[in-house]
Design a protein around this ligand. Structure first.
Ligand code: URA
Length: 240
């Protein structure tokens, strides 16, 4: 475990020179794991602790970015009060403090991104950047063209109308239809509520793409680091 003096960690992260970092600490502007620290010699482990200056978290470790194929029954949080398995447990061998970018319902499967770059994660989730997410929904019944048109145009939900979506029928089987739906909003259970609103409850929901990142053939429960090209595209997408 690499512990170091707080002022060194700040300097290494490019926040300020060692001397200027000492002044920030003495002024009570630096916190470690949420607690203001004024003691200059304080030892920290920048890989495991959250260091902030004026409440802004600083990047003290290498940035990492992963794509995970979330299986059903696993929650998209780092910890679950009900003790259900979490996505963090699937990436047990990743030492960094990584967070999921947004959430999938416990019973939704497919692509979830995890990163330790908080700014990237926030922007990917922020409605302003309109990051497109594509899902394959298996829904009950035979979905008509007019239902598809309503979904595409935007429909009224409890929390307001949905933005236009791209929808495409992929196929039908006994009593069910498979539909690709691309949305850029991320409201709670949005896709499920949209289909329920047109009379076709979702049987299974699977996310296959977030912006330029595709799930591809990653098996359920497996994860992979994003490629340099994917990382570049993600940052570009949200203006970083
Ligand atoms: N929409 C939903 O309804 N559920 C998800 O998990 C993601 C999008």
């Amino acid at each position: 475990m690499a512990t170091m003096r707080l002022q060194k960690a700040l300097a290494q992260a490019g926040v300020a020179s060692r001397r200027a970092a000492e002044a920030l600490i003495a002024a009570g502007r630096v916190s470690v794991d949420g607690q203001i620290v004024r003691e200059l010699g304080t030892k920290v482990d920048p890989r495991r602790q959250v260091i902030a200056v004026d409440g802004q978290i600083i990047q003290t470790e290498d940035q990492v970015h992963y794509a995970l194929h979330k299986p059903s029954g696993v929650v998209s949080t780092v910890r679950d009060p009900q003790g259900r398995p979490t996505v963090r447990q699937l990436l047990r061998s990743v030492p960094q403090r990584i967070y999921p970018v947004g959430r999938l319902d416990a019973d939704t499967t497919g692509l979830l991104l995890l990163t330790n770059d908080g700014e990237l994660a926030n922007r990917l989730m922020h409605p302003r950047y309109e990051v497109k997410k594509e899902y394959i929904a298996t829904v009950r019944g035979s979905v008509s063209d007019s239902a598809l048109e309503r979904l595409a145009a935007g429909i009224e939900l409890d929390d307001g109308p949905t933005a236009p979506a791209r929808v495409r029928r992929l196929g039908k089987s006994a009593g069910a239809t498979r539909v690709s739906i691309e949305i850029h909003e991320g409201r709670n259970r949005q896709v499920r509520r949209m289909f329920a609103a047109v009379g076709h409850p979702v049987i299974a929901l699977h996310r296959v793409r977030i912006g330029p990142i595709r799930l591809g053939h990653l098996p359920p429960g497996a994860y992979r680091p994003l490629t340099p090209d994917e990382i570049r595209k993600l940052y570009q997408l949200v203006g970083l």
